[in-house]
Design a binder for this molecule. Structure first.
Ligand code: UDP
Length: 325
């Protein structure tokens, strides 16, 4: 069961699961996801907080593993509306885990985040980096990671926590892609500006302690992320213990580098202007992802920025208005 399977990362993971022959389906309340993002799979429309429906679904469909993507994910909003985040990301996840216990579902693949680390203390953060989030969003994900460790010890629920850096890109043929409302992520905003459908990009800060003064992030292709989830399931099925894995490119790109690469990929100019720093942004976030390579055998198929951007651009050109629902 892919909880949040109509969302950006969930829908790509669901698509890959189906491609690889898994009997997977989406469970989503469509509060932020899109029914049209669920390709070639059933969609159970419901709320994860509805414990009775969740348990019935798990039992009726004989679910072996839950992939959990259903969460609120805006850092800024989590600061102004923390209650919404703790309720959905923590309380509802606890309810889901309890439903899984009752239904006897053994495996859980959790969508976590590099935001659980907080302020970086190393150039490239690995999984042993201290976890001390700097915003409520990061705390909600960290709390679930803690719950999972305790659920493993007490109830034997096996899980992997996948800590993403910046998810980007789209299905290579542009069948599904990123469609958030409001959109706050850099790459869709850059491409929208290149296409003339969005205003000039505001570059949040040109005075960061980085080579060109703009922030550096680690962009990872959505299908590489999806592939790591399937490997996480294989890892659990093989009887391995609970573990956390970073998922990123291991390479950082600045905002200005993303703009330049987008201009090359699209053949269009990206209008942009400098703007003040955004609250809560660290200067540089780059992951050390060697553990996923070593333990899961994970290898990126779309590691370079141009291939990430060109898949996102294909989606953008084919679906300029997103899913339109
Ligand atoms: N960014 C920017 N202008 C925007 C949106 C984002 O300069 O309109 C920058 C942001 O400061 C960060 C990077 O782009 O350094 C990636 O931001 P995004 O919101 O995509 O992901 P985050 O790193 O916050 O998860």
């Amino acid at each position: 069961m892919v909880a949040g399977g109509a969302g950006y990362i969930g829908s790509h993971t669901l698509w890959l699961l189906r491609q690889r022959g898994h009997d997977a389906f989406a469970f989503d309340n469509l509060s932020e996801g899109h029914a049209a993002a669920v390709l070639d799979a059933d969609l159970v429309q419901g709320d994860l907080a509805d414990a009775e429906l969740v348990e019935r679904t798990l039992r009726e469909r004989k679910v072996e593993a839950v992939f959990h993507f259903a969460a609120h994910c805006y850092v800024g909003e989590s600061v102004t509306e923390p209650a919404k985040y703790y309720k959905n990301n923590v309380v509802t996840t606890l309810s889901l885990l309890e439903s899984m216990r009752r239904a006897g579902v053994p495996f859980f693949v959790f969508s976590s985040t590099c935001a659980t680390y907080g302020e970086p203390k190393q150039e490239r953060m690995d999984e042993t980096h201290p976890q001390w989030p700097v915003n409520p969003y990061g705390w909600t994900k960290f709390m679930v990671e803690r719950m999972l460790a305790d659920f493993d010890r007490a109830y034997g629920l096996r899980s992997v926590c996948l800590r993403y850096f910046n998810a980007a890109g789209a299905h290579p043929e542009g069948l599904i892609g990123e469609d958030h409302d409001p959109e706050t992520h850099l790459i869709p905003l850059v491409l929208g500006a290149a296409a003339g459908r969005r205003p000039a990009l505001k570059v949040f800060g040109d005075d960061w302690p980085t080579p060109d003064g703009s922030c550096i992030r680690d962009y990872i292709h959505i299908l590489d992320l999806a592939d790591a989830h399937l490997r996480g399931l294989d890892y659990l099925r093989a009887g391995n213990p609970c573990a956390a894995f970073n998922l990123g490119n291991g390479a950082g790109y600045s905002v200005l580098e993303v703009i330049r690469a987008a201009e090359e990929v699209t053949g269009k100019r990206v209008p942009f202007e400098m703007a003040p720093r955004r609250a809560g942004d660290p200067a540089r976030l780059v992951g050390d992802c060697r553990r996923a390579a070593e333990v899961l055998g994970w290898k990126q198929a779309f590691a370079d920025l141009p291939s990430i951007l060109s898949s996102a651009w294909r989606w953008h050109e084919r679906h300029p208005d997103g899913f339109k629902d």
